[in-house]
Design a protein around this ligand. Structure first.
Ligand code: GDP
Length: 306
């Protein structure tokens, strides 16, 4: 899935290396190559301003560099790219399974609210995390706080029963914030360590999704607000990330459908646009298909071997 990014970076490295040989790299050398790199990043769905920032960071590291051998040049340039990418992607975010474990036996369970528009894979992602947590010895309580969409309650209920984890739901049309609140109370009373709250995601002009999310957040005071976005939607995912972060506040992201034919730029763009970490990647439809996101691993996978 990351082939495009990988070949863009690899071409930029070769091209810069050939200019750098036995002379000091000038701003002009870098500019020409980085213009090409920026175009290629855009084709890989890295957002425009992100491509600009990345190029600027690479430039700062490269102008003035002198190397004696071609091999060294490629290494030095790859390392500048690596550092710039890691700066953009940031540190790894919290491990929600470990965070949940830490709450066991405490006053209040860990509360994680999942946000995201319909169809991105929010409910599936919650089920995957529940599976991961249960396998690590912490059984989560699920909260079905989408009380509007037909089938939403049944969908999460089917996951809960397949996974053998408790579910707190509400009647259709009831207040989502009260469902989330009841789930936290349920968990607290029975000593569960973590609550995963599923929320609504419909985007209609006459309906205030952000207001509803803010209310849930006010009522249950989650430890983490996690936005789920679909990698296949490209720049739309970046826009959603920005908007939810501004209107509700987001502590981290989960990017789904990374197993499909995506161009890889979305992860880089979201991290840069919001400054918040990516926590997990959805890599398929099975419960096992959720991976913790590791910036170093991603960067290693898109840069030629060192
Ligand atoms: P929600 O409306 O956001 O709750 O979305 P759902 O959880 O119902 O998922 C929508 C569709 O996306 C379903 O068909 C899921 O199986 C699929 N899906 C979710 N995550 C992934 C993923 O990581 N990879 C793939 N290929 N499909 C996914």
């Amino acid at each position: 899935m990351l082939d495009r990014l990988r070949s863009a970076l690899s071409d930029a490295i070769k091209s810069l290396a050939s200019r750098a040989l036995r002379k000091t790299i000038t701003e002009e050398d870098v500019d020409e190559v980085l213009e090409e790199l920026k175009l290629r990043l855009l084709e890989s769905e890295v957002a425009f301003e992100v491509a600009e920032k990345l190029a600027e960071r690479v430039k700062q590291r490269l102008v003035g560099l002198t190397v004696e051998r071609g091999w060294d040049a490629e290494k030095a340039i790859a390392s500048a790219l690596r550092e710039a990418l890691l700066e953009v992607l940031g540190r790894p975010g919290p491990d929600l399974v470990e965070e949940a474990k830490r709450r066991c036996g405490g006053e209040r369970p860990l509360v994680v609210v999942f946000l995201g528009v319909n169809g991105v894979g929010k409910t599936t992602t919650i089920a995957k995390l529940a599976y991961l947590m249960k396998r690590s010895g912490v059984t989560p309580v699920l909260a079905a706080a989408d009380t509007f969409r037909a089938g939403a309650q049944e969908q999460i209920e089917a996951h809960a029963s397949r996974l053998g984890v408790p579910l707190v739901k509400g009647r259709y049309g009831s207040d989502p914030a009260s469902v989330a609140f009841n789930a936290v109370e349920y968990a607290r009373a029975r000593n569960y360590c973590v609550v995963l709250v599923d929320t609504a995601g419909r985007m209609h002009v006459d309906y205030d999704l952000m207001g509803e999310m803010r209310k849930i957040v006010r009522v249950v005071k989650p430890d983490f607000k996690v936005l789920v976005v679909d990698a296949l939607t490209g720049n739309d995912a970046v826009e959603q990330a920005r908007r939810f972060n501004e209107e509700v506040g987001v502590d981290g992201f989960i990017i789904t459908k990374v197993d499909s034919d995506v161009k890889g730029g979305v992860a880089v763009s979201i991290a840069e646009a919001t400054g918040k970490p990516i926590l997990y990647l959805g890599m398929g439809q099975r419960y096992e298909d959720l991976q913790r996101f590791d910036p170093e691993k991603l960067v290693d996978s898109i840069l030629p071997e060192r």
